[in-house]
Design a binder for this molecule. Structure first.
Ligand code: SAM
Ligand code: ZN
Length: 307
């Protein structure tokens, strides 16, 4: 289906029409430009927090240049997120991204094809190849449209929908997607419950909503994680919530959490290990106990929209 058919104004949710090089809302009349490669720019400057979010996008460019990963490498991008397995890297973050994404595909997609899938905070949109091979209609969104580390680079993975969008103000109608998920993005939200609410809103009743590999802090640990200091200095909006804050955001948004586990898939030892052996709910309860006692760690949450 053409992207324009599911795209909506993030202010009034009306449809959009082509307007010169950009788009115009048929309801409130606001205009939205397109990037030179055609990506619709739906993070409009009047949206709440737009200025700091666009500042964050600049911060990612600065971070990538400082750390030497701004220039894309086809060999790496072709195997993301499995750089440890395929290229012998030893990167705990990609390990957790890869594990959590495999759980999403294996347990919650389970061979299904033809789904409509939304990723929030997709960056380069490395996941596209997995959705396209399942004949899914994939839409990747991010605030970052850069051609090397943002959505612009998504062209490397094929032809699919790419939209600059704020996860807290998604430019889609209610109940549009079968699956809505993000990887290491919810903790960048200025308003975590709002981003989760938006992800649930655009998902069809009974659809899957997942937040993969989100950094968390143990109960009573400081919300100032020293590991995030450098990114905050660059204007990247970093937060570290407890596992309870995530659980509550999903529950209040109308999603039933089916499973929570450590994002790297390791068993919740020592705290929570025995609980994790209980059939069905055990892993979620064990993870809650384990991550409540942790210092800083990562969690993945798999939920289903009620209805
Ligand atoms: C840690 S990166 C993860 C990127 C990607 N998911 C991956 O695994 O490679 C977090 C991403 O969230 C995006 N982001 C931050 N705030 C956002 C927002 N309000 N809406 C959508 N994306 C956002 C950033 O631009 C960045 O690309
Ligand atoms: Zn409008």
């Amino acid at each position: 289906m053409p992207l324009l058919e599911i795209l909506r104004c993030p202010f009034c949710r009306s449809s959009l029409r082509e307007d010169g090089d950009g788009l115009a809302c048929v309801g409130c009349g606001r205009s939205f430009a397109r990037a030179p490669d055609g990506i619709p720019l739906m993070l409009h400057e009047e949206l709440p927090g737009a200025r700091v979010k666009l500042r964050e996008a600049e911060g990612w460019l600065e971070k990538a240049r400082n750390e030497g990963w701004y220039e894309p490498d086809d060999t790496v991008d072709a195997v993301l997120p499995f750089v440890n397995r395929e290229l012998g890297w030893n990167d705990s973050n990609w390990l957790a991204n890869g594990h959590s994404f495999e759980v999403l595909l294996g347990r919650y997609i389970d061979g299904a094809t033809g789904l409509r899938v939304l990723e929030v905070g997709a960056a380069k949109a490395w996941a596209a190849r997995f959705w396209l091979e399942r004949e899914c209609e994939f839409v990747a969104t991010d605030i970052l449209v850069d051609e090397k580390i943002g959505l612009g680079r998504g062209a490397f993975y094929g032809d699919f929908g790419r939209v600059q969008a704020d996860g807290e103000n998604l430019p889609f109608g209610d109940a549009t997607f079968d699956v809505t998920y993000c990887v290491a993005t919810l903790h960048h939200a200025l308003d975590l419950p709002k981003m989760v609410r938006e992800m649930v809103r655009v998902t069809k009743p009974g659809g899957t909503v997942a937040g993969l590999n989100e950094g968390i802090r143990g109960v009573g640990r400081s919300a100032d994680n020293p590991d995030q200091a450098g990114e905050k200095e660059l204007g990247i909006n970093e937060h570290v919530h407890t596992v309870w804050a995530y659980l509550s955001a999903f529950a209040r948004a109308g999603a039933v959490v089916r499973r929570m586990e450590r994002s790297d898939g390791w068993p919740p030892v020592p705290f929570g290990f025995f609980l994790s052996r209980v059939p069905k709910v055990g892993m979620t309860l064990g993870t809650l106990a384990h991550l409540s006692a942790a210092r800083y760690a990562g969690v993945s949450i798999y939920a289903r929209k009620r209805g």
